[in-house]
Write a protein that binds this ligand. Structure first.
Ligand SMILES: O=C[C@H](O)[C@H](O)[C@H](O)COP(=O)(O)O
Length: 232
């Protein structure tokens, strides 16, 4: 089975958790898009849900496929968010933001009673950090923010290149109008310490470590679906 087929399998399994009447957070990325496609089929068949998208990209796909949308202004509490991830560890700590949607994704996940992560088995890691950690930063004071990030990482025992994300020769700009620094720290044995340090940097808007947010991970692999639950 290729990677796309695995993403579809994970998305299909997550769809089994969606009930009529739910207020859903809808994630971003190639895996979440497979979920949107399957959800749209259910909606077309009569399922009543309302979705809050985590990016303009997801919102556009939902509109195209007829998935009803709301906002966190209209619908500030959600029943369930289903989203992909760049990395998932055994305790359901995540790295997200490879597609640049981490800020809205985190706001939406935090507004949800439950979060289900969907991924193919390539995303499952023992320790986070193989995937560079996306850090969303204010455009103002980039040099100072980068230095402060390096110091916060150092205090957590980490170091590595901090690369401004570029697209077509220009800095990548998030839906919120910010830049992204991709931090290649390597293994992150203590994500909580790093998270706290990064949150203390004024120019950091948010980072891609999702800690204590995911309740379940649905991982699709060659041997089938594996469901991992967060320790209670
Ligand atoms: O910003 C993007 C999101 O965090 C995605 O959920 C993440 O990058 C995983 O994307 P994909 O399913 O395309 O691997």
């Amino acid at each position: 089975m290729d990677a796309r087929a695995l993403k579809i399998e994970a998305a299909r399994a997550a769809l089994g958790h969606v009930r009529d009447g739910m207020r859903l957070g809808i994630g971003t990325g190639s895996t979440a898009e497979e979920f949107v496609r399957l959800l749209a089929e259910k909606v077309a068949a009569g399922m009543k849900i309302v979705g809050v998208p985590t990016s303009e990209r997801t919102a556009a796909l939902c509109r195209e496929l007829g998935v009803p949308l709301s906002t966190l202004e209209e619908t500030p509490e959600l029943d369930l968010t289903i989203d992909g991830a760049d990395e998932v560890d055994g305790k359901l700590a995540l790295i997200k933001g490879g597609g640049g949607a981490l800020l809205r994704e985190k706001i939406v996940a935090a507004a949800s009673s439950r979060m289900i992560v969907i991924a193919d088995e390539s995303k499952l890691v023992e320790t986070l950090g193989r995937f560079p950690l996306p850090i969303e930063v204010n455009r103002f004071g980039l040099g100072a923010t980068r230095l402060a990030i390096a110091r916060a990482a150092d205090a957590a025992g980490l170091s590595g290149p901090l690369t401004l994300r570029m697209t077509n020769g220009e800095p990548f700009v998030t839906d919120g109008g910010h830049f992204i620094i991709d931090a290649s720290f390597g293994r992150i044995p203590n994500p909580r310490a790093l998270s706290n340090g990064l949150h203390a940097v004024p120019g950091v808007v948010e980072h891609g470590l999702f800690l204590g947010l995911a309740d379940v991970a649905i991982i699709a692999g060659a041997d089938g679906i594996r469901t991992v639950h967060a320790a209670s």
